[in-house]
Design a protein. Structure first.
Length: 475
């Protein structure tokens, strides 16, 4: 008998695991399948941006992420075996009440995925490893996925989170538009090294002899270093221990034997590409399957996590709350323009045109122009419908504590009751932490709430000027 699930997620990377967690906590029957026999073993996506830290707070994994990583070290430039000066790769930003996670956090991707998998399993979800998708077919009722071996399950919806070479995307015939950011191949490897301190991100510029650029970064929370090195176009990169040793010795003061182990290695050519569509029928693209980034600036993993955060609550609303399927069209509407902007940012950082700073933190992204966004106030305050809902305190309640979980949240403020970032008004906060609806009063709120499945929004108590709960007869 063919198995059936509500949602089949293809790919157990950060995007797929995040989506699995969000659906599991909503009671949606979801299954994650992964072609490999285990989780990705490397550090590739090691930077977690502040907005993603907020998502991880909401998903209940922030403490584990904090414990597993650390801040980025200051860069140290080397020339001829001597330290020649510091290089700060990031603009320093202080934490504030509305943005409590100011700095990017370094966690090797393999460790982030272990944490996400543990949370998924804690919520009753699971990953089936060794399950290679080779094709699919869909109709008005669902999607049948074919595997290289084993039963072919049917799902009401499928989400392709299976990476830049996505089998599902290709099976759907969805093209990608983009460019080669840099035609020169790059090596990235997780290694064990002796003779280097772990207090700096060690930078070895291109030498007068023509040896290319190399950077060696201590990976927070581990004994490993990540080596990144560029090569001339057309070079065949040697990923073996001897090959990595030769590169490190040629471009630094270190001896070949100082590299004691290569734990994972890969080569790539930085690209920027965007899928022409993020949805075809009952199948969606997320993460690298939808957008491929240069690793510069740390936007790829983070944009994929945000994709999952956006899609998860919408699938839950359709599958559990009876909201019309048309809600799912807003996934592409909202996420594809942001992915395009993040691709441009990644490329700009890679080319040295933009510093890692405010834009890379992803806190300023939002959905003001979305068809899901309704701003009804004549004179909106600093936070408008479509914006990220900032942290703060209302009546002694921390907002992020109130937002945490798979629900909508109703917030009513006046000029004195909230963090100054909000101002006065009635705000309906989406499950993904963005303001969906804002008004001077609750007039019109019930209609909006019914359309998006927010009738059961949690209400933050505020006594002096209460708003009626969405759907309340007293509105």
């Amino acid at each position: 008998m063919t198995a059936q699930v509500d949602v089949l997620i293809v790919g157990a990377g950060p995007s797929g695991l995040t989506l699995g967690i969000d659906l599991a906590r909503r009671g949606v029957d979801a299954l994650v399948v992964e072609r490999a026999d285990g989780l990705f073993p490397g550090s590739r996506g090691k930077g977690i941006q502040p907005r993603t830290l907020e998502v991880f707070d909401d998903l209940g994994v922030l403490d584990a992420i904090r414990a597993a990583g650390g801040t980025y070290p200051v860069g140290m430039i080397w020339q001829n075996g001597r330290r020649t000066g510091e290089h700060r790769m990031f603009d320093l930003v202080e934490a504030t009440e509305d943005s409590p996670y100011a700095e990017g956090w370094m966690v090797p991707q393999w460790r982030t995925q272990r944490i996400l998998l543990a949370r998924l399993e804690e919520l009753g979800g699971r990953v089936d490893f060794g399950r290679e998708v080779v094709g699919l077919a869909q109709n008005e009722e669902g999607v049948t996925v074919r595997f290289a071996s084993g039963a072919a399950p049917t799902a009401r919806y499928v989400v392709a989170a299976d990476g830049g070479r996505s089998t599902v995307r290709r099976a759907l015939g969805i093209g990608m538009t983009g460019e080669t950011v840099d035609p020169s191949p790059m090596l990235v490897a997780d290694v064990r090294i002796t003779g280097l301190d772990r207090d700096n991100w060690h930078i070895f510029p291109t030498s007068a002899e023509g040896d290319g650029f190399m950077a060696i970064c201590p990976l927070a929370g581990t004994e490993d270093f990540q080596v990144v090195a560029g090569f001339p176009e057309g070079t065949a990169v040697d990923l073996s221990l001897d090959g990595v040793r030769k590169v490190v010795a040629a471009r630094s003061h270190l001896a070949p034997e100082d590299v004691t182990e290569v734990r994972w290695a890969s080569d790539f050519r930085p690209r920027a590409a965007l899928a022409d569509r993020f949805r075809t029928g009952r199948v969606f693209l997320a993460g690298d399957a939808a957008h491929i980034h240069s690793p510069a600036g740390g936007q790829g993993l983070n944009t994929g996590v945000q994709d999952a955060c956006n899609l998860g609550w919408k699938l839950g609303a359709v599958l559990r709350d009876g909201v019309p399927d048309s809600l799912l069209d807003t996934y592409e509407e909202e996420r594809r323009p942001i992915a395009a902007d993040m691709l441009a940012l990644s490329t700009s950082v890679h080319r040295g045109e933009t510093r890692r700073g405010g834009a890379t933190r992803q806190l300023g992204l939002g959905y003001r122009t979305s068809s899901l966004t309704e701003e009804t106030r004549r004179s909106p305050g600093p936070v408008r419908a479509g914006d990220r809902a900032p942290d703060g305190t209302v009546g002694g309640i921390r907002l992020f504590d109130a937002f945490r979980g798979p629900h909508w949240t109703l917030l009513t403020t006046d000029g004195d009751s909230a963090h100054k970032g909000y101002g006065a008004g009635v705000f309906l906060i989406r499950p993904d932490g963005y303001v969906g609806w804002a008004g001077e009063t609750a007039q019109g709120l019930a209609e909006y709430a019914g359309r998006v499945g927010a009738e059961g929004a949690h209400r933050i108590p505020y006594r002096s000027r209460p708003a009626a709960c969405p759907g309340s007869p007293s509105e």
